[in-house]
Design a protein around this ligand. Structure first.
Ligand code: SPV
Ligand code: MG
Length: 431
């Protein structure tokens, strides 16, 4: 009896999967792989069904003899374990980022005479509807809101990218890259005060009001499913912050980060070049505690951002504040720095982790950008935020295009660096 292996990463079994199982049964004994949660979030999309329930689901399909967990996107381990005569997969992986994984499977099988079979992908109206429904479900506030906490427990480091509009939201939602045979994507979105203000041509001084900031969130939520972390600046007056918490929670935002500053807030990357006042430990703790009292669900997170290193108040002050903010109820700590050298961030994380093993740590490596995600995770960081890179890459590209059109009195010279018209009009999915 021959052995046939196929790996599933779906939450719902539809005609396409049943067709693959039927084709597999013609060839031998069917083993189905269940892609683990940790791998699935990098490869495909966030699961709406737990790993245990997916295993049960796959087991219940008639003709499936065994279900195994596939822990890696690449098939090396699972193929070494099972040595299947055949691997079956929908032929949609012949192109796009998954192609590298497919080609590697082909190589692994060729080494011992196994065979890869690409089954024509089933894409009918029912399959399209199921895809759409899953996406809608992921976007619902009650599912989206809790996903940040789920991600923290699922992955060594949650990767977050800035978004300030529907379009940038789509980039964070949809960008998948293949590198060295593995796929990767962002987990969540950061609604940066800097980029939200910049997109409106305004300074980052809490000038853009909450109604406008909420409008940005709504624009992004309408077209995406990934969880959202909101940059709440100082949180404003405590009496106002409690309303903000309720609104964000109701919208389905996963977390707000508030920084321990008061008065006229300026962007942290100015550091001590401009006048900025740090709130006292007592003031900030009271604001955190009030927010936690106002919160209605267990899902939402209030993360306290410590500005002591930015304002050159020293490591001991930063650590004392971290302790106090956690005691006041903060669900996480963000530590910020504007040094190029990541040493002070690393020192903070190591020392904080010595006394607190669980409270999530968030960092924003805009200045200390040499440190990798893997290194940050080794120092106990749970969330990394790329806070402004989309805005900073788009602005110079747009400015150069404007300059060149002025220079050449026509648009021909810039055309080869523009997105083709056909691509831009088909960029947005129609329902
Ligand atoms: C933002 O993105 O608005 C931030 C991070 O608050 S920083 O600009 O580094 O202060
Ligand atoms: Mg900000």
């Amino acid at each position: 009896m021959k052995t046939v292996y196929t790996c599933f990463c779906t939450d719902v079994i539809h005609d396409g999967h049943l067709n693959i199982i039927a084709e597999a049964r013609k060839r031998g004994r069917v083993i189905v792989g269940c892609l683990s949660d940790e791998t699935l979030i990098r490869y495909n999309k966030f699961p709406t069904v737990s790993q245990e329930d997916r295993i049960k689901l796959y087991r219940s399909i008639e003709g499936v003899e065994e279900v195994v967990i596939q822990n890696d996107m690449r098939y090396d381990d699972v193929i070494a374990l099972i040595q299947p005569d055949y691997v079956l997969h929908g032929d949609n992986w012949r192109k796009g980022p998954e192609k590298a994984i497919r080609d590697h499977v082909e190589e692994l099988l060729a080494a011992y005479g196994g065979e890869l079979v690409d089954i024509p992908y089933t894409y009918n109206e029912t399959v399209r509807k199921i895809d759409l429904q899953l996406r809608e479900k992921l976007a619902m506030p009650e599912y989206r809101r809790k996903r940040l906490r789920q991600l923290i427990s699922m992955t060594p480091i949650v990767k977050v990218m800035e978004a300030h509009s529907g379009l940038t939201g789509l980039i964070v939602e949809k960008t998948v890259v293949e590198h060295e045979g593995k796929l990767d994507q962002f987990d969540a979105m950061w609604i940066s005060s800097l980029c939200d203000s910049t997109a409106k041509g305004k300074p980052d001084i809490e000038l853009v009001d909450m109604t406008s900031r909420f409008r940005t969130i709504d624009d992004i939520m309408e077209v995406t499913t990934k969880p959202i972390i909101f940059d709440g600046d100082t949180g404003g007056l405590t009496e106002h912050f409690v309303y903000t918490v309720r609104s964000l929670e109701r919208m389905g935002v996963s977390a707000v980060i508030i920084e321990d500053k008061k008065g006229l807030k300026k962007n942290s990357l100015f550091g001590t070049e401009v006048e900025q006042t740090q709130a006292t430990i007592g003031e900030m703790s009271a604001k955190i505690a009030a927010g936690k009292t106002a919160q209605l669900t267990d899902d939402f997170m209030i993360i306290a951002r410590i500005e002591s290193l930015i304002l050159e108040k020293g490591m001991e002050d930063a650590l004392a504040r971290a302790r106090a903010y956690v005691a006041a109820g903060a669900d996480g700590i963000m530590i910020h720095s504007r040094r190029k050298d990541p040493a002070e961030i690393v020192e903070f994380c190591d020392r904080f982790r010595e006394e607190d093993k669980t409270t999530p740590i968030v960092v924003v490596p805009s200045s200390f950008n040499v440190i990798t995600e893997e290194e940050l995770a080794q120092h106990g960081v749970n969330i990394v935020i790329y806070a402004n890179q989309l805005t900073r890459s788009a602005f110079p590209a747009m400015q150069k295009t404007a300059e060149d059109i002025l220079k050449y009195h026509r648009a021909k010279e810039v055309d080869d660096r523009l997105m083709p018209i056909k691509d831009i009009i088909t960029l947005i999915d129609e329902l």
